[in-house]
Design a protein around this ligand. Sequence first.
Ligand code: NAD
Ligand code: 0WE
Length: 254
Amino acid sequence: MSESQKTAVIFGLANKRSIAWAIAQKLHQAGWRLAITYQNERLEQEAKDLIADLPGASGFMCDVSSDEQIAKLFDELKARYGVLSGIVHSVAFAPAEELKGEFVNTTREGFRIAHDISVYSLIAVSRSAAPLMTAGGGIVTLTYYGAEKVVPKYNVMGVAKAALQATVRYLANDLGPKAIRVNAISAGPIKTLAARGISNLGDMLKAHAERAPLKRNVDPGEVGATAAFLLSEAGSGITGETIFVDCGYNIMGF
Ligand code: NAD
Ligand code: 0WE
């Protein structure tokens, strides 16, 4: 099957700054047919206006905390496209209070929600997608360095991203025999809706640019291009990995 006939589903479009949008643009340029999901009615208008700019792309609503909504989405995708070859999971959430104080104050409910939305959803989506990925394909999710080293205030999201990266390895083992590859991209900090809550985002971006070998911040288009690479034939030997797209920040010790 040529790349121009393949279909990818992207989860996590909120607005034009979303990493999901940068990935959608790169996949569209590479010839993919796209199904793009947004969380709820509140985001519907903005998402649909963006999706209308990509010929052949369609929008679908899906809250990934709902098994029913995931099942209904994949019923629709099966009827509409039959075969899927790419899945992009660009979704994360923890209650705002959890990203403010100290990690030691993480609540049971905050921990549950962060892991449900940011980690379990990848398992649920992968399980629903696999039967439609009859020609093999790729699944890509988004992670952050706070999974591996302490980033103050990232808190329970850091623990959830560590679980997400382990989930990628276990899914890669299960789905590898079906020629489905599963990888994570660890992106450097980017000014998106999900990063808006950070009080000192400006300072963080500045420190990141100073310390990273490339002496700048990552561009969302670079994350999009890496996702397109991982879902393409060029990525055919890569599975279970976390690939850093952070201008080299993570390699530095001092
Ligand atoms: P974003 O706010 O644009 O995207 C997050 C998306 O998650 C939104 O579209 C939101 O609607 C969606 N979402 C939250 N709860 C959901 C639910 N219950 N059901 C369905 N969708 C839900 O921000 P972003 O920065 O593009 O984040 C995308 C991914 O990239 C996240 O996994 C994030 O952790 C990761 N990431 C972001 C950065 C950064 O600095 N911005 C760096 C590394 C990794
Ligand atoms: O993964 C993320 C952010 C994820 C996120 C963001 C929010 C803000 C709004 C999850 N849940 C929520 N809940 C909300 O109510 N990033 C990698 C961006 C990010 O967030 C940080 C960072 C960075 C970088 C939080 C603290 C410190 C650094």
